[in-house]
Design a protein around this ligand. Structure first.
Ligand SMILES: [Zn+2]
Length: 791
């Protein structure tokens, strides 16, 4: 057998005169792990990955040797005695970087970096400095060589055939442009998916494989973060911590400390100095107990209810936020973070405190001009395509902090609509533009939330790959990357697939004309005109004509392709189109059923489509059986909870009036509409004003299953002169429920919950809210109307 040679080109080589080519005889070359006295899991992985991919590329298997033979040609991984003996230094490699040294004189190749940590750590999020330099050096070589990992698993992989290995001598240090490349948030280990005791062995093994493949994908693209700062909603919750001992630490909400209805969403009374001290103490205790940790999250809890309404906190409210048109709480939180930061920095120098710039604290603070150096910010309020929102955040918040900020990446449309699957997406031009901007503006990198990754790689391929690549080199040529992707991945069908991506990107771009949105933002007081991917907007974005075109282009590509793996890849894109069609059909069927619940076949048609959709999801998702896909059909984002569960045809209905419209409520007599004046949580409630006749009402028809038991709940706030709110549910002429709410004190929200049984002979009920007042213009507010079926 002829010995084969492998060729590795170094694109750039540090200034060493007299470059020489070093030909590595594969058959006589060994791989040696040499990373000091402790075994480094990332170095062992580097060695086995190098061996395995060299074999895939060349057919020859190099030996990973235990004994180092000075006279033999060797690739040495890691920094240990051997590298030191040859005078190679590691202390000049910046954190997160790596070094490649080729020494023809001694027939050695050194691949080294700062190695620290386990690449398969099982936390939901790591919280220390991890560094896999030597491993990344291996992947860098494989990448230069033409190995590509466009999505997890073998089907997403491109392996070239190479005949010979030639290395240019010299030394090169490579450092990423972004240190926080946190795709790893997402491939969470199976234990974080919960309910494992209910899993079958098959599900456990599927979930484990998926975890490993996702994590490997991230590592191979060197997207595994260098630094991970824990910034997320603080758990365990404040309520559990302080409700008994220090209720005054909790936000004053609807007249009470803490958030009764959802205790885990309770917020803090941030203007109380004792709260800053108590939170700082939690951080200090944590750092003392966990010395390796670099960061502690002091971020507020998720969700809109519970923000403190005490006079001292309210005094710090800012102008109306461009994000949600409510008073900004950014200054309130920035002051609080600064107080905590100051204490923690003195007691635990060098440690960080993570916070989200999110929710009602997204707008740029007005009075606070500097943030404590201990704070690390994750900018959350962005969206997938219109990166100008990030630019607003990066520019504004970036000026307040000496530290790099990090952006929260939600790259895929559809995340809201379906949670575990996504719509086709391509936006390479915007990725290119955004990453260059971020590089120039002190952005540390990105976090990717679960739904954008565990979802569906195909929908956005190769966008994740581009993000990963651009995070090492912000100015990559994404046009070229797209061309390479099409050529390497789809071979004979590359032109047709390039056409598919071009059509998709152009269609999305025309819908999201960035310049137009920027102009609107400049003029309007809201940044909210970003898309929301409600069912309606999905239908608008993916018009029947576009879906037809995309399908046709994939069919053309399938005709061109002969290679089984190429056909298989295209089929996955086709499946994604199929999902899109089903999703659109489901929302149309939902609307039809919703407007006429008793209409013949309306429910059976909706159920049929939802079932098809769930079956498709179950067939492709590794967590099939763990995730209930039937739950996942949401009609629109503002309704949030028009959930249709196809499994038991169960309707959950919720209206928290977050948007300025009536959501199918009908005015019965005098009615004032949606109000921003008061809301129990969220942003809006319905205001009912007593008319001259002394009463006013609102009604809505809802479809139910005859004979089943239901629960209805709602929040009310009555003005002093309002005597009572009556909630009445009728079916035909029959009254099923009649409930009166009287306010215990004016201006206090009252929560009411009642159960009732649907009439056995009709599936249609009407809910009425009727106000009676002592005088005209008396107001009552209504919020969070929810209806559940009990079984
Ligand atoms: Zn307060």
């Amino acid at each position: 057998m002829h010995s084969r040679w492998i060729l590795i080109f170094f694109m750039t080589v540090s200034a060493v005169s007299g470059l020489r080519a070093f030909e590595v005889p594969l058959k006589d070359t060994a791989i040696k792990v040499d990373c000091g006295s402790t075994a480094m899991p990332s170095c062992s992985l580097a060695a086995s990955e190098l061996r395995d991919y060299l074999k895939k590329i060349s057919g020859i298997e190099l030996q990973i040797t235990k004994n180092f033979d000075d006279t033999k040609s060797t690739i040495i991984i890691g920094y240990g005695e051997i590298a030191a003996k040859y005078g190679i230094k590691a202390d000049d490699i910046p954190s997160g970087g790596f070094k490649i040294v080729v020494r023809p004189d001694i027939r050695k190749v050194f691949l080294l970096g700062n190695d620290n940590g386990n690449p398969f750590y099982r936390g939901a999020m790591c919280n220390r400095e991890y560094d896999f330099g030597s491993l990344y050096a291996v992947y860098e070589l494989l990448d230069r060589w033409g190995c590509r990992w466009y999505w997890p698993g073998e089907i997403g992989e491109v392996i070239p055939e190479i005949k010979s290995l030639i290395l240019q001598d010299g030394e090169q240090i490579i450092v990423p442009d972004f240190s926080d490349r946190n795709f790893c948030v997402s491939p969470t280990p199976p234990e974080f998916w919960g309910k494992q005791e209910k899993w079958s062995d098959k599900q456990k093994s599927q979930a484990e494989t998926a975890f490993r493949e996702y994590r490997l994908w991230a590592l191979r693209n060197r997207a595994g973060n260098t630094l991970a700062y824990v910034s997320r909603h603080h758990y365990p919750d404040w309520f559990a911590l302080w409700n008994k001992k220090h209720p005054e630490y909790l936000g004053l909400y609807r007249g009470k400390r803490g958030c009764d209805a959802q205790p885990e969403r309770s917020k803090l009374c941030t203007s109380n100095p004792a709260v800053a001290e108590a939170v700082a103490q939690l951080a200090v205790d944590y750092f003392q107990k966990t010395p390796s940790a670099v960061c502690y999250s002091i971020c507020e809890q998720d969700g809109s209810p519970g923000f403190c309404e005490c006079p001292k906190c309210t005094e710090l409210n800012g102008k109306i936020s461009p994000f949600d048109k409510l008073p900004s709480l950014s200054d309130r939180y920035a002051l609080f973070w600064n107080s905590v930061g100051k204490i923690v920095r003195e007691k635990c120098p060098g440690k960080y405190l993570g916070v989200y710039v999110y929710s009602r604290y997204s707008a740029i603070p007005e009075t606070v001009k500097k943030l404590d150096p201990a704070l690390r910010l994750v900018l959350c309020n962005g969206c997938r395509i219109d990166w100008h929102i990030y630019r607003y955040l990066v520019d504004g918040w970036g000026k307040l902090t000496p530290n790099p900020t990090c952006f929260y990446l939600t790259p895929i449309p559809g995340a809201y609509g379906s949670n575990f699957f996504s719509y086709p997406w391509c936006a390479h031009e915007n990725i290119s533009k955004a990453m260059k901007y971020f590089k120039e503006h002190n952005v540390a990198g990105y976090r990717a939330p679960a739904y954008s990754l565990d979802a569906n790689w195909i929908a956005a391929a190769p966008m994740h790959y581009l993000y990963a690549k651009a995070s090492w080199k912000a100015n990559i040529d994404t046009d070229r990357e797209m061309r390479d992707f099409c050529q390497m991945f789809f071979k004979e069908a590359s032109e047709k697939m390039a056409d598919y991506f071009k059509t998709l990107e152009a269609a999305l771009k025309s819908q999201f004309n960035t310049a137009e949105i920027e102009r609107m933002n400049a003029e309007a007081e809201t940044l909210e005109n970003q898309e929301s991917f409600s069912a309606e907007s999905v239908q608008k974005l993916y018009s029947p004509e576009l879906v037809r075109q995309l399908r046709a282009k994939l069919e053309d590509a399938l005709k061109e392709s002969q290679t089984p793996i190429v056909r298989e890849r295209i089929a996955l894109f086709m499946q994604n189109i199929h999902f899109l069609e089903l999703d659109i059909a489901a929302s149309k069927a939902y609307l039809k059923w919703h407007s006429n619940p008793s209409g013949e076949n309306n429910l059976s048609e909706l159920t049929r489509i939802c079932r098809q959709r769930a079956e498709l999801l179950s067939s492709i998702n590794p967590f099939s059986g763990v995730i209930d896909f039937g739950m996942a059909f949401q009609h629109d984002r503002d309704g949030r909870a028009y959930n249709f569960n196809f499994e038991n045809e169960k309707l959950t209905f919720k209206d928290s009036f977050e948007k300025k419209r009536l959501n199918r409520w009908v005015e019965y007599s005098f009615f004032e509409g949606i109000s921003n004046e008061k809301a129990s949580d969220g942003t809006s409630s319905i205001k009912l004003r007593v008319s001259g006749k002394g009463e006013t009402a609102l009604r809505r028809n809802i479809k139910v299953i005859p004979g089943k038991e239901y629960k209805i709940s709602y929040d009310t706030l009555l003005e002093d002169s309002a005597s009572v709110l009556r909630m009445r549910i009728t079916a035909g002429n029959k009254t099923l429920l009649n409930s009166l709410t009287q306010s215990p004190a004016p201006d206090k929200w009252v929560h009411t919950e009642k159960t009732f049984k649907a009439s056995p002979d009709t599936d249609n009920i009407t809910i009425y809210f009727i106000v009676y007042g002592k005088k005209t213009d008396t107001k009552i507010y209504l919020d969070n109307v929810e209806l559940y079926r009990m079984d």
